[in-house]
Write a protein that binds this ligand. Sequence first.
Ligand SMILES: Cc1cc2nc3c(=O)[nH]c(=O)nc-3n(C[C@H](O)[C@H](O)[C@H](O)COP(=O)(O)OP(=O)(O)OC[C@H]3O[C@@H](n4cnc5c(N)ncnc54)[C@H](O)[C@@H]3O)c2cc1C
Length: 395
Amino acid sequence: MNISFDNTENAFAYKSDKELKSARLLFNTMGFPWFVQLGTRLTPYIMKTGVPMVHGLIRKTIFKQFVGGETLEETASVGNTLGRYGIQVILDYGVEGKEGEENFDRATEEFIRVINYASTQTNIPFISIKVTGLARFELLQILNEAPRLRSGIHDHEEEIAEWDRVRDRMYSICEVAAEKNIGVLIDAEESWIQDPIDRLTMEMMEEFNKEKVIVYNTIQLYRHDRLSFLKLSHKIARQQGFKLGMKLVRGAYMEKERERALDKGMASPIQKDKESTDRDFDESVRYCIENIDDISVIIASHNENSNLFAASLLEEKGISHKHHHVHFSQLFGMSDNITFNLAKEGFNVSKYLPFGPIKDVIPYLMRRAKENSSVSGQTGRELSLIKKELQRRRA
Ligand SMILES: Cc1cc2nc3c(=O)[nH]c(=O)nc-3n(C[C@H](O)[C@H](O)[C@H](O)COP(=O)(O)OP(=O)(O)OC[C@H]3O[C@@H](n4cnc5c(N)ncnc54)[C@H](O)[C@@H]3O)c2cc1C
């Protein structure tokens, strides 16, 4: 294997000089933490006022970098471009924070439309779902907190009926996905609503993952209990006779998690340091690859060491780069150096490609802005790669 994540010619082959310069400006701007802090606080409010200038500015900058388009149709051309470079797509109808039964039903229909569209394309094997797009956040929180509910014994009939509707929505999505052979990746969210999400996902896996893997759960390795949860999930899957689908991520809500734990005087669910997160992430990669017959894994990370570790492990064990139980994935707009170079080496690799109206994808965009603003984070790396490629093209 002769893989290098420094090859910017491969990484940015699909971007014009103009697009690269816009990306350089955006990442430069995100390098100012005070600006990002102010922006992420103010933007959701400004968007509500509907000022057209702000809408336009977001569309041309951060939205263009991280989102495929406002509609499925607009996003299709981005998906096709990626396909030309051997890159697959995880299509994400990225609407967040919309509550109400009508909105949940509408989202279910949209997810099914996305699955139907994905099944007509050669490079869209997965869609992704947030359970908070189908269920009331507070309901999930109640289910998470009430042990009686967790055991299935509950005396609030309305909440039982509400949860049954959530289960029906998820079931109908997974049923179409199974019919069309499209994988459904269920995102991990805040720890205080994650328990019912895990239970629902395990239920769906039991139903749909008998012969092949359709449904995937997500574990966030910034939580100190998730490596053992992975092993427990594997044990249950074996006992119940289904295959496990697992997306591995480090986790996107660290600050929120820590603040809440501090506020409530609880022990934090987050690892004590970054090294512990990295260790558990790589250990999970190893565990999944060592159990490749039972587990289908998606290594969802921008960390070059973790991606190299996974790729080398496959080599070491003589497992094909194209094994259908191992996929790599990065978010659209980030770490093209990893995605495009993995694709060149023949690995299964995808971009997680969200789409949706600008006002609905704002929470997603704000997470990306924060993630890219930390000094030790991704910004420096993205910027240096973009600059390197612009220089190479000038030479
Ligand atoms: C395809 C895809 C799907 C995703 N789906 C989800 C999802 O369902 N749910 C979700 O939450 N996120 C999801 N993410 C986002 C993901 O969690 C972040 O992109 C990720 O945390 C960034 O980490 P990294 O692996 O790229 O590596 P790095 O950049 O090496 O790691 C940064 C991460 O390490 C952790 N970390 C940083 N400092 C510390 C510290 N002091 N102590 C402990 N841990 C620390 C944090 O999680 C931080 O985000 C997804 C990402 C991808 C690519």
